[in-house]
Design a protein around this ligand. Structure first.
Ligand SMILES: Nc1nc2c(ncn2[C@@H]2O[C@H](COP(=O)(O)OP(=O)(O)OP(=O)(O)O)[C@@H](O)[C@H]2O)c(=O)[nH]1
Ligand SMILES: [Mg+2]
Length: 387
Protein backbone atom coordinates (compact mmCIF):
# COMPACT_ATOMS: atom_id res chain seq x y z
CA UNK A 1 0.00 0.00 0.00
CA UNK A 2 2.90 2.35 0.71
CA UNK A 3 3.83 2.18 -2.94
CA UNK A 4 0.43 3.06 -4.39
CA UNK A 5 -0.64 6.58 -5.33
CA UNK A 6 -4.15 7.29 -6.55
CA UNK A 7 -4.58 10.70 -8.13
CA UNK A 8 -6.77 12.52 -10.63
CA UNK A 9 -6.21 15.45 -12.95
CA UNK A 10 -8.72 18.26 -12.64
CA UNK A 11 -8.97 21.59 -14.46
CA UNK A 12 -11.16 23.90 -16.48
CA UNK A 13 -12.08 22.69 -19.98
CA UNK A 14 -9.19 22.60 -22.49
CA UNK A 15 -6.48 23.45 -19.99
CA UNK A 16 -4.60 20.37 -21.18
CA UNK A 17 -5.40 17.56 -18.73
CA UNK A 18 -5.62 14.76 -21.28
CA UNK A 19 -2.53 15.93 -23.16
CA UNK A 20 -0.53 16.05 -19.94
CA UNK A 21 -1.87 12.63 -18.96
CA UNK A 22 -0.77 11.23 -22.33
CA UNK A 23 2.75 12.58 -21.69
CA UNK A 24 2.81 10.86 -18.29
CA UNK A 25 1.76 7.59 -19.89
CA UNK A 26 4.55 7.96 -22.42
CA UNK A 27 7.13 8.91 -19.80
CA UNK A 28 6.29 5.86 -17.69
CA UNK A 29 6.23 3.69 -20.84
CA UNK A 30 2.63 2.69 -20.15
CA UNK A 31 1.95 3.40 -23.82
CA UNK A 32 4.18 3.65 -26.84
CA UNK A 33 4.46 7.10 -28.40
CA UNK A 34 1.93 7.09 -31.20
CA UNK A 35 0.85 10.72 -31.26
CA UNK A 36 -2.77 11.79 -31.13
CA UNK A 37 -4.88 11.76 -28.05
CA UNK A 38 -4.56 8.37 -26.39
CA UNK A 39 -6.77 8.78 -23.37
CA UNK A 40 -9.69 10.39 -25.15
CA UNK A 41 -10.44 7.15 -26.96
CA UNK A 42 -14.14 7.59 -27.73
CA UNK A 43 -14.73 8.77 -31.30
CA UNK A 44 -16.90 11.58 -30.02
CA UNK A 45 -14.09 12.75 -27.75
CA UNK A 46 -11.58 12.74 -30.58
CA UNK A 47 -13.89 14.57 -32.96
CA UNK A 48 -14.80 17.27 -30.49
CA UNK A 49 -11.45 17.46 -28.76
CA UNK A 50 -13.06 17.25 -25.35
CA UNK A 51 -13.11 14.61 -22.66
CA UNK A 52 -16.54 13.21 -21.92
CA UNK A 53 -15.71 10.26 -19.68
CA UNK A 54 -13.27 10.03 -16.82
CA UNK A 55 -10.56 7.55 -17.68
CA UNK A 56 -8.66 5.50 -15.10
CA UNK A 57 -5.28 4.06 -16.01
CA UNK A 58 -2.42 2.51 -14.10
CA UNK A 59 1.26 3.41 -14.51
CA UNK A 60 4.39 1.92 -13.03
CA UNK A 61 7.05 4.36 -11.96
CA UNK A 62 10.45 4.06 -10.41
CA UNK A 63 11.51 6.76 -7.99
CA UNK A 64 14.67 6.73 -5.90
CA UNK A 65 15.14 3.03 -6.47
CA UNK A 66 11.61 2.11 -5.42
CA UNK A 67 8.80 0.87 -7.66
CA UNK A 68 5.51 2.71 -7.38
CA UNK A 69 2.08 2.08 -8.83
CA UNK A 70 0.39 5.29 -9.90
CA UNK A 71 -3.33 5.14 -10.65
CA UNK A 72 -4.27 8.17 -12.66
CA UNK A 73 -7.78 9.35 -13.51
CA UNK A 74 -8.13 11.92 -16.26
CA UNK A 75 -11.38 13.86 -15.82
CA UNK A 76 -13.49 16.05 -18.13
CA UNK A 77 -13.36 19.82 -17.67
CA UNK A 78 -16.73 20.82 -19.09
CA UNK A 79 -19.27 21.64 -16.41
CA UNK A 80 -21.84 19.25 -17.94
CA UNK A 81 -19.61 16.33 -17.00
CA UNK A 82 -18.73 17.44 -13.49
CA UNK A 83 -20.43 14.36 -12.02
CA UNK A 84 -17.62 12.35 -13.62
CA UNK A 85 -15.13 14.48 -11.71
CA UNK A 86 -16.89 14.12 -8.38
CA UNK A 87 -16.87 10.32 -8.64
CA UNK A 88 -13.26 10.17 -9.76
CA UNK A 89 -12.26 12.24 -6.77
CA UNK A 90 -13.73 9.59 -4.45
CA UNK A 91 -11.21 7.05 -5.78
CA UNK A 92 -8.16 9.25 -5.17
CA UNK A 93 -5.96 10.68 -2.42
CA UNK A 94 -4.50 13.48 -4.51
CA UNK A 95 -5.29 15.76 -7.43
CA UNK A 96 -3.23 17.62 -9.98
CA UNK A 97 -4.88 21.01 -10.39
CA UNK A 98 -3.91 22.02 -13.91
CA UNK A 99 -4.13 25.67 -14.90
CA UNK A 100 -3.53 26.92 -18.44
CA UNK A 101 -0.65 29.43 -18.40
CA UNK A 102 -2.37 31.56 -21.03
CA UNK A 103 -5.77 31.66 -19.37
CA UNK A 104 -5.25 31.44 -15.65
CA UNK A 105 -7.76 30.27 -13.07
CA UNK A 106 -11.27 29.78 -14.54
CA UNK A 107 -14.71 28.81 -13.22
CA UNK A 108 -14.27 25.04 -13.38
CA UNK A 109 -10.77 25.29 -11.91
CA UNK A 110 -12.37 26.64 -8.77
CA UNK A 111 -15.43 24.39 -8.62
CA UNK A 112 -13.39 21.23 -9.26
CA UNK A 113 -10.86 22.38 -6.69
CA UNK A 114 -13.59 22.77 -4.08
CA UNK A 115 -14.81 19.26 -4.81
CA UNK A 116 -11.27 17.93 -4.29
CA UNK A 117 -10.79 19.88 -1.07
CA UNK A 118 -14.12 18.59 0.26
CA UNK A 119 -12.73 15.07 -0.13
CA UNK A 120 -9.46 16.03 1.59
CA UNK A 121 -7.33 15.41 -1.48
CA UNK A 122 -3.77 16.61 -1.53
CA UNK A 123 -3.65 19.31 -4.24
CA UNK A 124 -0.64 19.69 -6.51
CA UNK A 125 -0.97 22.84 -8.62
CA UNK A 126 0.48 22.63 -12.13
CA UNK A 127 0.79 25.48 -14.63
CA UNK A 128 0.47 23.92 -18.08
CA UNK A 129 1.20 25.16 -21.62
CA UNK A 130 4.28 27.09 -20.53
CA UNK A 131 5.66 26.54 -24.05
CA UNK A 132 3.14 28.97 -25.55
CA UNK A 133 4.34 32.45 -26.45
CA UNK A 134 1.33 33.99 -24.72
CA UNK A 135 1.97 32.10 -21.47
CA UNK A 136 1.97 34.24 -18.33
CA UNK A 137 3.31 31.82 -15.72
CA UNK A 138 4.14 34.54 -13.15
CA UNK A 139 0.64 36.03 -13.21
CA UNK A 140 -0.98 32.60 -13.07
CA UNK A 141 1.31 31.65 -10.22
CA UNK A 142 0.01 34.64 -8.23
CA UNK A 143 -3.57 33.61 -8.97
CA UNK A 144 -2.90 30.09 -7.72
CA UNK A 145 -1.20 31.33 -4.57
CA UNK A 146 -4.22 33.50 -3.90
CA UNK A 147 -6.60 30.61 -4.53
CA UNK A 148 -4.80 27.91 -2.58
CA UNK A 149 -2.79 29.89 -0.08
CA UNK A 150 0.17 27.71 -0.99
CA UNK A 151 3.82 28.57 -1.41
CA UNK A 152 5.07 29.50 -4.87
CA UNK A 153 7.64 26.75 -4.66
CA UNK A 154 4.88 24.15 -4.53
CA UNK A 155 3.59 25.13 -7.98
CA UNK A 156 4.97 23.05 -10.85
CA UNK A 157 5.35 24.17 -14.43
CA UNK A 158 4.80 21.88 -17.38
CA UNK A 159 3.96 21.56 -21.02
CA UNK A 160 1.83 18.78 -22.37
CA UNK A 161 3.13 19.65 -25.80
CA UNK A 162 6.87 19.40 -25.22
CA UNK A 163 6.76 17.09 -22.21
CA UNK A 164 8.63 19.62 -20.08
CA UNK A 165 8.06 19.19 -16.36
CA UNK A 166 6.34 15.81 -16.63
CA UNK A 167 9.02 14.05 -14.57
CA UNK A 168 8.69 16.67 -11.83
CA UNK A 169 4.95 16.07 -11.73
CA UNK A 170 5.39 12.31 -11.33
CA UNK A 171 7.97 12.84 -8.59
CA UNK A 172 5.67 15.26 -6.80
CA UNK A 173 2.82 12.73 -6.97
CA UNK A 174 5.01 10.13 -5.26
CA UNK A 175 6.33 12.59 -2.68
CA UNK A 176 3.24 14.59 -1.86
CA UNK A 177 0.16 12.43 -2.44
CA UNK A 178 -0.48 10.27 0.63
CA UNK A 179 -0.66 6.54 0.06
CA UNK A 180 -4.11 4.98 0.48
CA UNK A 181 -5.08 3.83 3.96
CA UNK A 182 -7.28 0.93 4.96
CA UNK A 183 -7.06 -2.52 6.47
CA UNK A 184 -6.04 -5.39 4.23
CA UNK A 185 -7.32 -7.92 6.79
CA UNK A 186 -10.76 -6.34 7.27
CA UNK A 187 -13.88 -7.57 5.41
CA UNK A 188 -13.90 -6.44 1.79
CA UNK A 189 -15.25 -2.98 1.04
CA UNK A 190 -14.82 -1.79 -2.53
CA UNK A 191 -16.49 1.31 -3.93
CA UNK A 192 -17.89 1.13 -7.48
CA UNK A 193 -17.10 4.48 -9.11
CA UNK A 194 -17.85 3.68 -12.73
CA UNK A 195 -19.12 0.90 -14.97
CA UNK A 196 -19.41 0.06 -18.60
CA UNK A 197 -21.45 -2.33 -20.72
CA UNK A 198 -19.49 -4.68 -22.92
CA UNK A 199 -21.50 -6.74 -25.38
CA UNK A 200 -19.18 -9.75 -25.02
CA UNK A 201 -18.39 -9.72 -21.34
CA UNK A 202 -21.46 -8.15 -19.79
CA UNK A 203 -21.15 -5.38 -17.27
CA UNK A 204 -17.72 -4.35 -16.08
CA UNK A 205 -17.59 -2.39 -12.83
CA UNK A 206 -14.62 -0.22 -11.87
CA UNK A 207 -13.88 -0.02 -8.17
CA UNK A 208 -11.42 1.08 -5.54
CA UNK A 209 -10.70 -1.33 -2.68
CA UNK A 210 -11.02 0.60 0.59
CA UNK A 211 -10.56 -2.41 2.90
CA UNK A 212 -9.81 -6.10 2.45
CA UNK A 213 -8.77 -8.13 -0.58
CA UNK A 214 -10.77 -9.24 -3.61
CA UNK A 215 -9.64 -12.40 -5.41
CA UNK A 216 -10.56 -14.01 -8.68
CA UNK A 217 -13.31 -16.57 -8.07
CA UNK A 218 -14.55 -14.95 -4.83
CA UNK A 219 -18.26 -14.96 -4.10
CA UNK A 220 -19.13 -11.31 -3.85
CA UNK A 221 -22.22 -9.36 -2.94
CA UNK A 222 -23.24 -5.87 -4.01
CA UNK A 223 -24.28 -4.27 -0.76
CA UNK A 224 -27.15 -2.02 -1.83
CA UNK A 225 -28.77 -4.26 -4.42
CA UNK A 226 -28.12 -7.42 -2.36
CA UNK A 227 -27.25 -9.36 -5.53
CA UNK A 228 -24.57 -12.07 -5.39
CA UNK A 229 -22.08 -13.00 -8.07
CA UNK A 230 -18.86 -14.89 -8.64
CA UNK A 231 -15.89 -12.69 -9.50
CA UNK A 232 -15.03 -14.32 -12.84
CA UNK A 233 -12.22 -11.87 -13.46
CA UNK A 234 -10.61 -9.07 -11.53
CA UNK A 235 -7.76 -6.93 -12.72
CA UNK A 236 -6.23 -3.52 -13.18
CA UNK A 237 -6.83 -0.87 -15.82
CA UNK A 238 -3.87 -0.27 -18.07
CA UNK A 239 -4.40 0.74 -21.68
CA UNK A 240 -6.31 -2.55 -21.79
CA UNK A 241 -7.71 -4.51 -18.88
CA UNK A 242 -5.03 -6.67 -17.27
CA UNK A 243 -6.35 -9.65 -15.25
CA UNK A 244 -4.88 -10.26 -11.77
CA UNK A 245 -5.33 -12.97 -9.17
CA UNK A 246 -6.13 -10.49 -6.40
CA UNK A 247 -6.45 -6.81 -5.64
CA UNK A 248 -5.51 -5.40 -2.25
CA UNK A 249 -6.57 -2.43 -0.17
CA UNK A 250 -5.88 0.86 -1.94
CA UNK A 251 -5.88 -0.61 -5.43
CA UNK A 252 -8.11 0.47 -8.29
CA UNK A 253 -9.39 -2.14 -10.72
CA UNK A 254 -12.29 -3.81 -12.48
CA UNK A 255 -14.52 -6.81 -11.91
CA UNK A 256 -16.34 -8.93 -14.46
CA UNK A 257 -18.96 -11.17 -12.96
CA UNK A 258 -21.29 -12.06 -15.79
CA UNK A 259 -23.89 -9.43 -14.91
CA UNK A 260 -26.10 -8.82 -17.90
CA UNK A 261 -28.83 -6.64 -16.45
CA UNK A 262 -27.80 -3.00 -16.33
CA UNK A 263 -30.13 -2.30 -13.42
CA UNK A 264 -28.11 -4.55 -11.11
CA UNK A 265 -25.06 -2.32 -11.03
CA UNK A 266 -25.27 1.03 -9.31
CA UNK A 267 -22.39 3.42 -9.30
CA UNK A 268 -21.69 4.23 -5.65
CA UNK A 269 -22.54 0.70 -4.45
CA UNK A 270 -20.16 -1.32 -2.27
CA UNK A 271 -18.76 -4.72 -3.23
CA UNK A 272 -18.20 -7.09 -0.32
CA UNK A 273 -17.82 -10.84 0.25
CA UNK A 274 -20.90 -13.03 0.45
CA UNK A 275 -19.61 -15.08 3.37
CA UNK A 276 -17.76 -12.41 5.28
CA UNK A 277 -19.60 -9.19 4.50
CA UNK A 278 -18.64 -5.77 5.78
CA UNK A 279 -20.91 -4.16 8.38
CA UNK A 280 -21.92 -1.13 6.37
CA UNK A 281 -21.79 0.20 2.85
CA UNK A 282 -19.39 2.96 1.92
CA UNK A 283 -21.13 6.28 1.62
CA UNK A 284 -21.87 6.50 -2.10
CA UNK A 285 -22.12 9.63 -4.16
CA UNK A 286 -24.33 12.66 -4.02
CA UNK A 287 -27.48 12.37 -6.09
CA UNK A 288 -27.23 14.12 -9.42
CA UNK A 289 -29.49 17.07 -10.02
CA UNK A 290 -30.40 17.21 -13.70
CA UNK A 291 -30.59 20.76 -15.05
CA UNK A 292 -32.10 20.12 -18.47
CA UNK A 293 -35.00 17.85 -19.33
CA UNK A 294 -36.23 16.57 -22.66
CA UNK A 295 -38.45 13.80 -23.96
CA UNK A 296 -36.62 11.15 -25.95
CA UNK A 297 -38.85 9.08 -28.24
CA UNK A 298 -38.03 6.27 -30.64
CA UNK A 299 -38.81 7.12 -34.26
CA UNK A 300 -40.17 3.59 -34.63
CA UNK A 301 -42.72 3.00 -31.82
CA UNK A 302 -41.74 -0.69 -31.81
CA UNK A 303 -38.26 0.32 -30.69
CA UNK A 304 -39.53 1.49 -27.30
CA UNK A 305 -38.17 -1.48 -25.33
CA UNK A 306 -34.87 -1.27 -27.20
CA UNK A 307 -34.63 2.38 -26.30
CA UNK A 308 -35.19 1.53 -22.65
CA UNK A 309 -32.45 -1.11 -22.76
CA UNK A 310 -30.09 1.32 -24.52
CA UNK A 311 -30.73 4.06 -21.97
CA UNK A 312 -30.09 1.59 -19.15
CA UNK A 313 -26.78 0.57 -20.68
CA UNK A 314 -25.83 4.16 -21.30
CA UNK A 315 -26.70 5.02 -17.72
CA UNK A 316 -24.16 2.44 -16.56
CA UNK A 317 -21.46 4.42 -18.27
CA UNK A 318 -22.93 7.81 -17.49
CA UNK A 319 -24.39 7.90 -14.00
CA UNK A 320 -25.55 11.49 -14.44
CA UNK A 321 -28.22 10.48 -16.96
CA UNK A 322 -31.68 10.04 -15.49
CA UNK A 323 -34.84 8.86 -17.25
CA UNK A 324 -38.41 7.83 -16.58
CA UNK A 325 -41.18 6.68 -18.93
CA UNK A 326 -43.59 9.24 -20.36
CA UNK A 327 -45.99 9.35 -23.24
CA UNK A 328 -47.19 12.03 -25.60
CA UNK A 329 -50.20 12.17 -27.88
CA UNK A 330 -48.03 13.16 -30.81
CA UNK A 331 -45.00 10.96 -30.20
CA UNK A 332 -46.33 7.90 -28.39
CA UNK A 333 -44.26 6.20 -25.70
CA UNK A 334 -40.83 7.48 -24.77
CA UNK A 335 -38.74 8.70 -21.87
CA UNK A 336 -38.31 11.92 -19.98
CA UNK A 337 -34.56 12.28 -19.65
CA UNK A 338 -32.64 14.55 -17.31
CA UNK A 339 -29.25 15.94 -18.33
CA UNK A 340 -26.65 18.12 -16.66
CA UNK A 341 -26.66 20.57 -19.55
CA UNK A 342 -27.22 21.04 -23.26
CA UNK A 343 -23.87 19.56 -24.25
CA UNK A 344 -24.63 16.52 -22.13
CA UNK A 345 -27.98 16.16 -23.92
CA UNK A 346 -26.34 16.42 -27.30
CA UNK A 347 -23.69 13.83 -26.37
CA UNK A 348 -26.31 11.37 -25.10
CA UNK A 349 -28.24 11.71 -28.35
CA UNK A 350 -25.07 11.07 -30.31
CA UNK A 351 -24.11 8.08 -28.19
CA UNK A 352 -27.59 6.57 -28.55
CA UNK A 353 -27.17 6.82 -32.27
CA UNK A 354 -23.56 5.62 -32.54
CA UNK A 355 -23.30 3.01 -29.80
CA UNK A 356 -26.83 1.64 -29.85
CA UNK A 357 -28.04 2.51 -33.31
CA UNK A 358 -31.13 4.21 -31.88
CA UNK A 359 -32.88 6.84 -33.99
CA UNK A 360 -34.68 9.14 -31.62
CA UNK A 361 -36.71 12.31 -31.60
CA UNK A 362 -35.85 14.70 -28.81
CA UNK A 363 -38.32 17.34 -27.68
CA UNK A 364 -37.27 20.91 -26.99
CA UNK A 365 -35.53 20.94 -23.62
CA UNK A 366 -36.90 22.53 -20.50
CA UNK A 367 -34.59 24.00 -17.90
CA UNK A 368 -34.41 23.95 -14.17
CA UNK A 369 -33.43 27.49 -13.30
CA UNK A 370 -30.76 28.09 -10.73
CA UNK A 371 -32.89 30.58 -8.84
CA UNK A 372 -36.20 28.84 -8.41
CA UNK A 373 -37.45 25.33 -8.67
CA UNK A 374 -40.01 26.37 -11.23
CA UNK A 375 -39.70 25.00 -14.69
CA UNK A 376 -39.28 27.21 -17.65
CA UNK A 377 -41.24 25.24 -20.12
CA UNK A 378 -41.44 25.44 -23.78
CA UNK A 379 -44.31 23.56 -25.26
CA UNK A 380 -43.05 23.52 -28.79
CA UNK A 381 -41.89 20.20 -30.06
CA UNK A 382 -39.17 19.91 -32.63
CA UNK A 383 -37.03 17.17 -33.92
CA UNK A 384 -33.40 17.30 -33.00
CA UNK A 385 -31.44 14.24 -33.76
CA UNK A 386 -32.99 13.52 -37.12
CA UNK A 387 -31.40 15.85 -39.58
N1 LIG B 1 0.90 24.59 -26.85
C1 LIG B 1 0.36 23.73 -26.01
N2 LIG B 1 -0.85 23.20 -26.27
C2 LIG B 1 -1.38 22.32 -25.41
C3 LIG B 1 -0.70 21.93 -24.23
N3 LIG B 1 -1.47 21.05 -23.55
C4 LIG B 1 -2.59 20.90 -24.29
N4 LIG B 1 -2.55 21.66 -25.40
C5 LIG B 1 -3.61 21.78 -26.42
O1 LIG B 1 -4.77 22.29 -25.77
C6 LIG B 1 -5.96 21.69 -26.29
C7 LIG B 1 -6.77 21.05 -25.17
O2 LIG B 1 -6.03 19.98 -24.63
P1 LIG B 1 -6.72 18.75 -23.87
O3 LIG B 1 -5.61 17.94 -23.32
O4 LIG B 1 -7.74 18.08 -24.72
O5 LIG B 1 -7.46 19.54 -22.71
P2 LIG B 1 -8.35 18.92 -21.56
O6 LIG B 1 -8.09 19.73 -20.34
O7 LIG B 1 -8.12 17.46 -21.46
O8 LIG B 1 -9.80 19.22 -22.10
P3 LIG B 1 -11.19 18.60 -21.52
O9 LIG B 1 -10.90 17.21 -21.11
O10 LIG B 1 -12.20 18.67 -22.62
O11 LIG B 1 -11.57 19.47 -20.38
C8 LIG B 1 -5.49 20.69 -27.33
O12 LIG B 1 -5.60 21.30 -28.59
C9 LIG B 1 -4.04 20.44 -26.98
O13 LIG B 1 -3.27 20.10 -28.10
C10 LIG B 1 0.60 22.50 -23.99
O14 LIG B 1 1.27 22.23 -22.99
N5 LIG B 1 1.07 23.38 -24.91
MG1 LIG C 1 -9.42 15.97 -21.52
Amino acid sequence: MNHIRNFCIIAHIDHGKSTLADRMLEFTKTIQVTGGQMLDDMDLEKERGITIKSHAIQMEYQYQGQNYILNLIDTPGHVDFSYEVSRSIAACEGALLVVDATQGVQAQTISNLYMAIEHNLEIIPVINKVDMPSAMPEEVEDEIVELLGCDKSEILRASGKTGEGVENILNAVVERVPHPTGDDNAPLQALIFDSVFNSFRGIIAYFKVLNGVIRKGDNVKFFNTGMEYAADEVGVLKMDMVPKQELHTGEVGYIISGIKDAKEVKVGDTITHRDKPCQSAIEGFQEVKPMVFAGVYPIEPSEYENLRASLEKLQLNDASLTFSPESSVALGFGFRCGFLGLLHMEIIQERLDREFNMDVITTVPTFRTWFTTNWVTNARCTTFGIA
